[in-house]
Design a protein around this ligand. Structure first.
Ligand code: 8OZ
Length: 365
């Protein structure tokens, strides 16, 4: 019988060896500097958290139209590549590994954040009933414009180019953000995608955009450096689907055929409760895919140890724990509580609630 796996064991992910199975989840913090270049403070923030087996960065724009929130970073200009290089060097210097999460927000945006004040882009011209963070407050999103058929290859190519930029910036790989009601998820769900061309209608058609993005990114940087995040049951950003089990079963078959190195599965409502769709069968999704399985959503130490020991997951991602506790891995190891989360300084601002959380070591514990 194989030895029982522990959260604190190393893990081979593609061509890299992670120091443990604890992942820092992608976390939007709205602190990018001028021209959406990550700030020097972000270098310190990620360096502090480099004991995670893997860091997945905050969601990062593949192009100017991909933006939906104020001060979220990009990876489509030389200055942005150079800004991220400082972060990847810092994390690698501290012994960690880091993937960048690549996103296009689609309809979750405002004209004020789009080039020339144009309407945000989406599969269909349907406004989402959701808010985004801009001008230092939350605001209802604007009505989008439907992408024309001949515009879609350009967006797929923006994902490809951003993945090439990620390698130039020194990242170990990329996570494609297919979750939480952003552009890829908008294509997947029949509540947001009303297209009548090859990208809408059947489950196969709605999965086409994701498939093309995966093919383009894997073709550019290789499957071993490509991950994918999905959230089949989340209500985030007003995405709905008439049959998520069937939809995501097909998605997993496509994913298995292209074989990105991991799938990162949000098992409930993003950042919220796990049990919103009690009869949804995540194990059936996992059974269709043979790569690394990363889980997320409200895990504590006992739950995380249990899923890893039982072989139900290879990696467990923690979000809030890594915001409040740069040494979340050490706290998990020792069974010590995480710091309290400073909810007033999650989005935007400076060092407060960002790089000023204590570790056990600098608290003298
Ligand atoms: C919280 C606030 C803004 C963005 C996601 C990127 O839900 C996000 C996000 C989360 O994936």
């Amino acid at each position: 019988m194989a030895a029982t796996k522990s959260l604190f064991d190393t893990y081979r992910l593609g061509d890299i060896i992670l120091a443990n199975r604890i992942v820092m989840a992608p976390l939007t913090r709205n602190r990018a500097g001028a021209d959406l270049v990550p700030s020097p403070l972000a270098v310190e923030y990620y360096r502090q958290r480099a004991t995670a087996g893997l860091i997945i960065t905050e969601a990062t724009q593949i192009s100017a139209t991909a933006q939906g929130y104020q001060d979220t970073p990009g990876l489509f200009t030389q200055a942005q590549i150079e800004g991220w290089r400082k972060i990847t060097d810092a994390v690698h210097g501290a012994g960690g590994h880091i993937f960048v999460q690549l996103w296009h927000v689609g309809r979750v945006s405002l004209r004020s954040l789009q080039p020339d004040g144009a309407a945000p882009l989406a599969p269909s011209a349907l406004r989402a009933n959701t808010k985004t963070y801009a001008n230092n407050s939350f605001a209802e999103v604007d009505e989008p414009r439907a992408l024309t058929l001949d515009e879609i290859p350009g967006i797929v190519d923006d994902f490809r180019q951003a993945s090439a930029n990620a390698i130039l910036a020194g990242f170990d790989g990329v996570e494609i953000h297919g979750a939480n009601g952003y552009l890829i998820d908008q294509f997947l769900r029949d509540g947001a995608n009303k297209r009548t061309d090859a990208y809408g209608g059947s489950i196969e058609n709605r999965t086409r955009f994701l498939k093309e993005v995966l093919q383009a990114v894997i073709g550019e940087i290789g499957a071993a450096r490509t991950g994918l995040r999905l959230s089949p049951v989340t209500p985030a950003n007003d995405v709905t689907d008439s049959d998520p089990q069937a939809l995501f079963s097909h998605v997993m078959d496509v994913v298995e055929s292209l074989h990105p190195v991991y799938v990162h599965m949000i098992e409930g409502a993003t950042g919220g409760p796990r049990d919103i769709v009690p009869d949804f069968d995540f194990e059936a999704l996992r059974a269709r895919y043979s790569g690394a399985w990363m889980v997320n959503n409200g895990y504590d130490k006992a739950m995380a140890e249990e899923v890893v020991a039982a072989g139900k997951a290879d990696l467990v991602a923690f979000g809030k724990a890594f915001i409040s506790s740069p040494d979340a891995v050490e706290r998990l190891r020792r069974g010590v509580a995480f710091n309290e989360l400073d909810r007033d300084h999650l989005y935007g601002g400076g060092a407060k609630g960002y790089t000023d959380y204590p570790t056990l070591e600098n608290a003298g514990a």
